[in-house]
Design a protein around this ligand. Sequence first.
Ligand SMILES: Nc1nc2c(c(=O)[nH]1)N[C@H]1C(S)=C(S)[C@@H](COP(=O)(O)O)O[C@H]1N2
Ligand SMILES: [Mo]
Length: 369
Amino acid sequence: MSPARSVFSNPPKKPALEDGIYTEEEVRLANRNSGSLLETLNHDITPTGAHYLLIHFDVPNIDPSLHNLEFGDGFDSPYSLSMEDIRSLPRITMPVTLECAGNGRSRLSPRSLSMPWGVEAVGTSEWTGTPLLPLVERAAPKPGTADFAFTAADRGFDKGMEHNFGRSLTPKELSELQVLLAYEMNGQPLLPQHGAPLRIIVPGWYGMASVKWLTRIDALQTRYQGFQQIQTYRYRNHPDETGTPVSEIRVKSLMVPPGLPDWISRLRFVRPGKTAITGRAWSGGGVPIRKVEFSDGDHWREAVLSRPVGHYAWTGWSFDWFAEPGEHVLRCRATDVKGNTQPLHSRWDASGFGNNMVQEVGVLVAEDP
Ligand SMILES: Nc1nc2c(c(=O)[nH]1)N[C@H]1C(S)=C(S)[C@@H](COP(=O)(O)O)O[C@H]1N2
Ligand SMILES: [Mo]
């Protein structure tokens, strides 16, 4: 199944990883894996077509009428469910903010070669489905189960290893996180690129845990060793370290860039005077936001928070900014109720995961550009 050597273990052309001009590989990844549009932060729920995408391999083409979810190895009562079976189960809808663990990667120096996210890999959707935990319990995991493996239909290579996308959650994680087996996004059947016909949503965790195109769940007596669990999605100072697993989302905020953009540079032009700044803030693990601060230079002033869109979804904020003529860098900084605050500078990670440094928006305030 996993050829020890393949052309992909030693790609013919290794792109340079230093800062500077983006490589052809990065541009190709960026064309496939679009980010959200920051102006859609004004919507409580991100318009479906503006939700970011992260797809490691190819989008599988699955006929929903033939699709089954199998509770396979390691259960005393294994069974499988058709999409029709799943739709007839208790139905809940949950707004959840998803963010890619690699969001902010291109703001690190040197950046690592992967999807070169700026700040846009985040979005909030209303996910509809059925709670996963009772279905796993119904299959009766064998005593001593150490991990549940979630295997998806998409398959490809990474570092020369051929594998299906897959992730795991321990029994403790599965019982504590409100994992949803989801088949609808914003009231419509899942789109192919978002995991049709079936995915999980792991609220409060970075997006890699929310396995799309789910085909089977196995109960394992030892910890899952899948590539996406062991070889990547780990915080490391150096690529050769074992590192620690990426899990909960780190506190973050974003603003809708004010004024008028320049097409190429995305720099903003703002006329002097009162300017309403709006944005969103969120943290992981269902931890609420305590405050958001805004700055156009040296000091920070507190923004006004609105009600969170959901327990696992972002909170809106606004700030009445008085724009003085000149060039400014606008920043926003969120703090959650546990006291976690966004850093002003990136903290280092070899793969560019979990970068929650504050957003910076350059603006020119003037009567005339
Ligand atoms: N099967 C499968 N599931 C997957 C992925 C994938 O490539 N294959 N990408 C993961 C990552 S890294 C993220 S951030 C989210 C993105 O979900 P979205 O594309 O619906 O926004 O899906 C996750 N689930
Ligand atoms: Mo991701």
